[in-house]
Design a protein around this ligand. Structure first.
Ligand code: AMP
Length: 538
């Protein structure tokens, strides 16, 4: 049996209902904050993540699904190989290459190396192709005819041989008019390294730059919902394909993209969303990781503090202590934790601007009565963060307790070659949000209210009509089939967790009143069509 790959999973009904419920709420709530959806590709050039997320992060250094994109036929390599192989027999005159250049698919015109100039007419017109199809053959014949007509006077032409050269093993037709030569060797070049996106902020900022979204001078408030990919060790709440719901506010500084109100508004929106989906029991951790001006002093302090202790730390930390000391704080190795606890704290190194920014964000959160805890160790595992960073955790999630994380990234756009465009955003782990909701046993979904059971031939259509009427009133119902025995229909109704069973038989249709059974108590009443909705909701 072929199974889903380790770390990936199928999302099946009824779980998908909860996913859809969450996504519906996301769209509702985000729209109220004036966010609009953006969809970026699931793969991007590897360089985007290396430069954006950071080479030293776990994500980039260990967890990306990266590949060299296919291979492209390289005409240059094939040309070089063919000339090398035939150098004793033929040579090319660069002047004449110019004369044949407009006659695609002719790539080369070659002369014999022996004989005088007069006796040295062109001997071959060559087309370098990844394969030799009928179309390639006739294109070469056509081109050679045009060449003779248009350039015959300028070229020393004397019925040259037509040749198509392809890599060995390429598809090839037989031809009497064109000679087909296959060369052994590697005539392909890799196009570019690509990576399945491990996160979506870098992609959104890339799109912002590419489409010059800052030109309006307004803030861009963008959100996305989609899969992300990281080669992590799979466990509950940690997958290799997982889903993130994220949002980004980004724009030129003149639009106010750097201001603390944006940070507070983003957090306020998150809380509104968590409230809308019914998640309770979360904790918000907040920190400021400084900016390009104050970070160097902190990095230096970390380096100095690490110099004496790094030998006792894990291999990754020993390397990071040199290359990117901030990333030491992400380390999860238990033995390293007591050492990390004693390292200098970022709060003591924030410059005036960062300190003031953070104070203002906190003051606004206080006014909005948002509960949070400052966690000075929380630097989050991506290099692009500046100033405010945050994370929401949920107790029901066990070791993978982070439901969402985010922060400011004031330098990211410039880092990947764009204009100055400060921003702040977050990503919710949708898998974990759904797990937390399930764990909380919050029945966020409308449960099945009624199972409609058609009784006897010709009753299906009446049952469907009743179902349509109730569904139009936003009642969740499902329908059995007139061919099923009543016992089977009742069993199905119970399995589906329906509150009521509604019988639709000939008598009911005639009286326009239905036998309604409350499945838990077994109590049964006849209710008219007009009173049905009120009865079910009552
Ligand atoms: P990050 O992009 O690392 O800041 O992660 C943001 C959120 O995505 C985390 O708080 C998690 O909820 C979720 N997340 C990250 N990695 C995974 C994963 N491998 N599986 C499931 N959820 C994840």
């Amino acid at each position: 049996m072929i199974k889903a790959v380790r770390g990936t999973r199928d999302l099946l009904p009824p779980d998908t209902e909860l996913w859809n419920f969450v996504e519906r709420k996301v769209r509702e709530v985000f729209a109220r904050y004036n966010y609009h959806e953006i969809r970026t590709p699931v793969f991007e050039s590897t360089e985007l993540f290396a430069r954006g997320v950071g080479e030293e992060t776990d994500i980039v250094s260990k967890e990306m699904f990266t590949w060299e994109d296919g291979e492209r036929f390289s005409k240059a390599k094939l040309r070089e190989a063919w000339l090398r192989e035939n150098k004793d027999r033929v040579f090319i005159d660069e002047m004449d290459q110019v004369l044949v250049a407009g006659f695609a698919p002719i790539d080369l015109a070659v002369y014999p190396t022996d004989g005088s100039r007069v006796d040295r007419p062109l001997i071959e017109l060559i087309s370098l192709r990844p394969q030799a199809t009928e179309a390639d053959v006739s294109a070469l014949i056509d081109a050679s005819k045009r060449l003779v007509t248009e350039r015959g006077g300028m070229l020393a032409l004397k019925a040259p041989l037509l040749r198509i050269v392809t890599p060995a093993g390429a598809r090839s037709v037989n031809s009497t008019e064109v000679e087909i030569t296959q060369l052994a060797g590697h005539f392909f070049e890799s196009v570019q390294p690509l990576t399945l996106r491990p996160e979506n902020t870098a992609g959104v900022v890339r799109a912002y730059i590419e489409h010059e979204m800052g030109r309006s001078g307004l803030l861009q408030k963008l959100y996305y919902i989609g899969p992300q990919f990281r080669r992590e060790r799979p466990q509950k709440g940690r997958y290799r394909q997982f889903y993130q719901i994220g949002a980004e506010v980004i724009g030129p500084p003149s639009a106010g993209s750097e201001l603390p109100i944006r940070d507070a508004e983003v957090l306020d929106m998150l809380i509104a969303l968590l409230h809308a989906v019914g998640l309770t029991g979360w904790t918000l951790y907040l920190n400021s990781v400084g900016c390009v001006h104050c970070r160097p002093a902190y990095n230096q302090a970390l380096r100095e503090a690490l110099a004496g202790v790094k030998d006792q730390m894990c291999g990754d930390c020993q390397r990071r202590a040199e290359t990117n000391p901030l990333r030491v704080l992400d380390c999860k190795v238990p033995a390293d934790q007591p050492i990390i606890e004693k390292l200098p704290k970022i709060a003591d190194y924030l410059d005036e601007g960062c300190r003031e920014h953070f104070a203002q964000v906190r003051a606004m959160l206080d006014t909005l009565e948002v509960p949070y805890q400052v966690n000075e160790r929380m630097v989050r595992g991506l290099d692009y963060y500046t100033r405010t960073t945050f994370e929401f955790t949920h107790g029901e999630l066990g070791s993978q307790s982070a439901v969402l994380g985010g922060g400011r990234y004031d330098g990211l756009s410039e880092q990947i070659g764009g204009p100055k465009a400060p921003g702040i955003g977050f990503a919710i782990g949708e898998d974990r949000l759904v797990l937390a909701l399930q764990a909380q046993q919050q029945q966020a979904l409308a449960p099945l209210k009624a199972f409609i059971i058609p009784l006897g031939t010709g009753m299906n259509r009446h049952a469907l009509k009743l179902a349509r009427q109730l569904r139009a009133e936003r009642v969740t119902v499902d329908v059995s089939d007139e061919g099923f025995r009543l016992k089977k229909s009742f069993e199905t109704a119970e399995k589906l967790g329906a509150t009521f069973a509604i019988l639709v038989g000939g008598n009911e249709v005639e009286a326009d009143a239905f036998a309604v059974k409350r499945l838990k108590s077994g109590e049964q009443t006849t209710v008219s069509r007009a009173e049905l909705l009120e009865y079910l909701e009552g």
